[in-house]
Design a protein around this ligand. Structure first.
Ligand code: FAD
Ligand code: TPP
Ligand code: MG
Length: 574
């Protein structure tokens, strides 16, 4: 079969099972775009290349498949950078295809030339510059394998224009990919698994730290069996949400900087931490020297670079989490930890008295109560995709997941502007699902142009905007740690409802707490895309995210939500 490089791209994408590509064309990639209609692959035209990468990332997280982005050389390729770095930090499998100037002029500062493999070297799992059309089919095959295997991540393929045009005999690669020096791991070593089982069998106060790796290894059911047998409570990382049902009696909730105080307390008092597919991010540990001082630690991760990286552990198991849990199950004894669980319940009760969801209406629209209402209205079944900042933390704290699907958010890079385009990707991946983008007024405006994509693709996207007229999370830090000097965090905003209406999207505005449920119900029953602006307070405790571990503090030294009842109890020494 004679094929051009451009045709090989689409043939190979089809063979890899790709149904949709998010992209934006331009000179150096036009040859590849040209034959697209001859293949059964949908193309979604975004409004900015950054969003092609975010949409591919959201697609990947919502579907468990590889997301694909395609853009031109130079500015098109450099616009991808933030999206690639975001996917890299959260181990999301995407393949990015970039056009490049012809091989003969590479290195000559040709029009729209950027050394994108050089630029993205530290933020891709792997990247390629294809200089011979005969390599192209195999490179694409290998790129998909690398993106999805082991610890998933982004892969970039840079395609010079002449390689796209050149013809060759197309022979689809059938062989399995074998790469020297790259071998994704399977089960753990029996010796270390045995050592971990001994620690588990000895523990009195164990806590599981369940991370993103639970979802990525498909260990949700095995984890439940393990938890039941060992009666071990489970704390979740931000990206671990969805890996263990939050309504389970042994589910604690989120750990870390904005985790629940009682969860952090349990971690600090534990005698054994079982870190399952999580990487001890600094938002999770607080001050390292004072992290879980009494606990022995077991860490299971398939990336050797993560073991003993920031937290030294007693037993490090290099392996795929699901397989390691299966190895551990016959070795661990059925256990009961009643006293420990009762202690945790007492701490949980104290946290609940401070919870704003349990406090009476004070006349303001309060974000946690809005998320709580959204959770109730959707029965916790929606796919929630967030932006970054306070809106992200409120969504994480109050939208509880029982389903084994991820909470889609930029955790590691914390990329403002991620929410809307990633939600587009998730909605494309899961047209059967209700997808809500939860965004702040700052981050929304970074990628607001993607409303055009929503309308052009007729996606039933739902968007909840928390408008506090400021860069809320930064403002909160200024209030707590920078002498209340609110430097460059105030936002003069447009009329958001009129803005979305200009795109042809139906919008609601909520300014009274009593209108929240009604607006959510109307937006949910509206057939097309729907947008709700919640005008929330900026200042004071209703405008802040509680609890919070200040930077540099130990995990249990949290700033708590002040409530009259809790304050009175504290004064009495209770
Ligand atoms: C404003 C803001 C506030 C934040 N606050 C918090 C907070 O309070 N609490 C919190 O938890 N996070 C918080 N985060 C997110 C935080 O920065 C990290 O992104 C998050 O903690 C990472 O979670 P993780 O380690 O589970 O996931 P990842 O970073 O995705 O790491 C997953 C780990 O699992 C491993 N893995 C993957 N596949 C497998 C497998 N098959 N088997 C075994 N291991 C596997 C990977 O190698 C990796 O080490 C915040 C982020 C922002 C932007
Ligand atoms: C691209 C980018 N720039 C800057 C930041 C730093 N930052 C983190 S949260 C935040 C404020 C976000 O404001 P907004 O989107 O309104 O959300 P809110 O915190 O008010 O809910 C900023 C500026 C970031 N995370 N990403
Ligand atoms: Mg804001």
């Amino acid at each position: 079969m004679r094929r051009t490089g451009a045709q090989i791209v689409w043939e190979m994408l089809e063979r890899e099972g790709v149904e949709v590509v998010f992209g934006f064309p331009g000179g150096a990639i036009m040859h590849t775009y040209h034959p697209r209609q001859e293949y059964g692959i949908r193309h979604i035209l975004v409004r900015h290349e950054q969003c092609a990468a975010h949409a591919a990332d959201g697609y990947a997280r919502a579907s468990g498949r590889v997301g694909v982005a395609m853009v031109t050389s130079g500015p098109g390729a450099t616009n991808l950078v933030t999206g690639i770095a975001t996917a890299m930090m959260d181990s999301s499998p995407i393949v990015c295809i970039t056009g490049q100037v012809p091989t003969a002029v590479i290195g000559s500062d040709a029009f729209q030339e950027t050394d994108i493999t050089g630029v993205t070297l530290p933020i891709t799992k792997h990247n390629y510059l294809v200089t011979d059309v005969n390599d192209l089919a195999y490179v694409i095959h290998e790129a998909f394998y690398i993106a999805r295997s082991g610890r998933p991540g982004p892969v970039l393929i840079d395609l010079p224009k002449d390689v796209q045009q050149a013809e060759t005999d197309f022979v689809p690669p059938e062989e399995e990919v074998r790469l020297p020096g790259y071998r994704p791991v399977g089960p753990g070593g029996p010796e270390v698994v045995r050592q971990a089982a001994d620690l588990i069998n000895d523990a009195q106060r164990p806590v599981i730290l369940a991370g993103h790796g639970v979802l990525m290894s498909g260990a949700m059911e095995t984890l439940k069996t393990f938890v039941k047998k060992t009666e071990t409570p489970v704390a979740l990382t931000l990206l671990g949400k969805g890996g263990f049902p939050e309504s389970h009696p042994l589910a604690l909730g989120m750990m870390g900087m904005h985790g629940e105080a009682f969860v952090n307390q349990a971690i600090q008092e534990a005698d054994l931490l079982l870190a399952f597919g999580m990487r001890f991010d600094d938002r999770v540990t607080g001050k390292l020297e004072r992290y879980a001082p009494q606990a022995r630690k077991v860490h299971v991760d398939l990336d050797a670079a993560e073991l003993n990286k920031s937290v030294s552990v007693d037993v490090a198991i290099l392996g795929d989490l699901r397989q390691v849990l299966e190895q551990l199950l016959p070795l661990v004894e059925p256990a009961s930890h009643r006293e420990w669980l009762e202690q945790i319940e007492r701490w949980r009760g104290e946290s609940q008295t401070r919870d704003i969801v349990n406090q009476s209406d004070n006349g303001h629209v309060v974000a946690p109560q809005v998320i709580h209402a959204l959770w109730e209205a959707t029965g916790g079944e929606a796919i929630v995709v967030t932006d970054v900042g306070q809106n992200q933390m409120w969504a994480a704290q109050y939208y509880h997941l029982d389903q084994p699907h991820p909470f889609i958010t930029s955790g590691g890079l914390g990329t403002m502007g991620f929410g809307l385009p990633a939600a587009i990707g998730a909605q494309v991946a899961r047209p059967d699902k209700e997808v809500w983008a939860v965004v702040g007024d700052g981050g929304f405006q970074m990628t607001v142009h993607e409303l055009g994509t929503v309308i052009q693709e007729q996606l039933p996207q739902r968007i909840a905007l928390f408008n506090n007229n400021c860069l809320g999370m930064v403002r909160q830090w200024q209030e707590f740690f920078y002498d209340r000097r609110y430097e460059s965090t105030h936002l003069l905003n447009p009329d958001f409802v009129r803005l979305v209406e200009a795109y042809g999207i139906r919008g609601w505005r909520v300014t009274e707490p009593g209108d929240t449920q009604q607006a959510i119900a109307e937006a949910r029953s509206h057939p097309g895309p729907a947008f709700i602006e919640f005008q929330i307070v900026q200042k004071g405790q209703d405008g802040n995210v509680y609890p919070m571990v200040p930077a540099g503090a130990a995990l249990h030294e949290m700033i708590r939500r002040p409530t009259p009842a809790a304050e009175a109890r504290e004064k009495q020494g209770g």
